[in-house]
Design a protein around this ligand. Sequence first.
Ligand code: NIG
Ligand code: FE
Length: 400
Amino acid sequence: MPAVGCSTLVSCAAGGTPMKSPAQPEVTRDGVLAWEDEVVTYAGPRSGWTGSVDEDLAGRTIVPGFVDCHTHLPFVRWRDDEYEARLTGRTYRDLHGEGGIHRSARLLADSSDQEILDFCHPLLDEMLAHGTTAMELKTGYGLSVEQELRQARLARTMADAIPQTCTLTLLACHAVPDEWDREAWVETVCRELIPQAVAEGLADAVDVYVEDIAFTVADLERVAETVAGAGLPLRVHADQLGHSGAAEAAVRLQARSADHLNHIGAAGVRALRQGSTAAVLLPASTLVLGATAPPVAALSEGGAVLALATDFNPGTSPVLSMPEAIAIGCALYRLAPLEALAAATVNAAWVLGLENRLGSLAPGKRADFLVLEGEDFRMTPYRPGHNPVVRTFVGGVASG
Ligand code: NIG
Ligand code: FE
């Protein structure tokens, strides 16, 4: 049975449930992690380990593999020109149409399956090298029933070819397709797209982008009805560019998560503190958009479930590195390093419904773990722009 020793072990074990802020994961100095057949058999102090140790990772920290619970992969091609335009006077809202989601949809439709896979695979490798061992994939650049299903199938094809565990979220309500009436599109999503995706096994969750340039809280309620009928978890892009009340609606509709939250109001904060919907923080998109930070301290002090992810997409967050997202989260949102770690592992796994298999290091969990530089996890947020991941293990096997 392989076993490694390390200076510090942060297992993030919380008994399969998410960790409610401001609780922080326990730190074990001088730890041992052992596993067999892809599964953890021991994670704890060296004093409690009776077996031998194959390798001593002195000066290193072991943590669970990062779970990126909000990405917009698969997509194809970048939109760096839009970033420059936004830095020189344009806004995300006014680029929506000629640019933005609609442009990524055109790029997807104009690319072959192989071109899309060839674009994504090096990015997935880079994510692995930065410690992402599980992630969400989303649709949302289809903007038609056929292209949404195509993007979902491509996501599954991609997932089958990589070591990371992936879940697939249908973000069919991301932008109103050209020449469609908004409500008619929502009906088509509910009556055609979701049932077809479910029949083909292409949806692990459904997401709705609630925004003045996208969909309304009433649209969210309509989709929630269909999603509940299909027995799928609901996710919500909530209060990102402006306030809509989507965060409190997400809690009321028992969504698994409300994501972004830059413009959440007092009612939304109250709801997330009391409910079981996770607040998914996406600080890289806040940085790239130059947006207002959400009231993270109010959420954290009030016992909300915080998760943290990259939001990796070509518009608002061309950031695929979880260490970078954690570093930005600590700097901009004033998260404590270990609070950010729990948000990026055990809580993120809960958002994706994977908490029984991964996201923490405890007997029975998958041996997805990272060897990080330094004797303290705080080295990760302390050095933005530096990759602290020395080795990534997926199912007990070192990759890369
Ligand atoms: O989460 N704002 C909505 N969706 C994405 C951005 C998509 C894009 O610009 O391509 C987000 O930020
Ligand atoms: Fe997003």
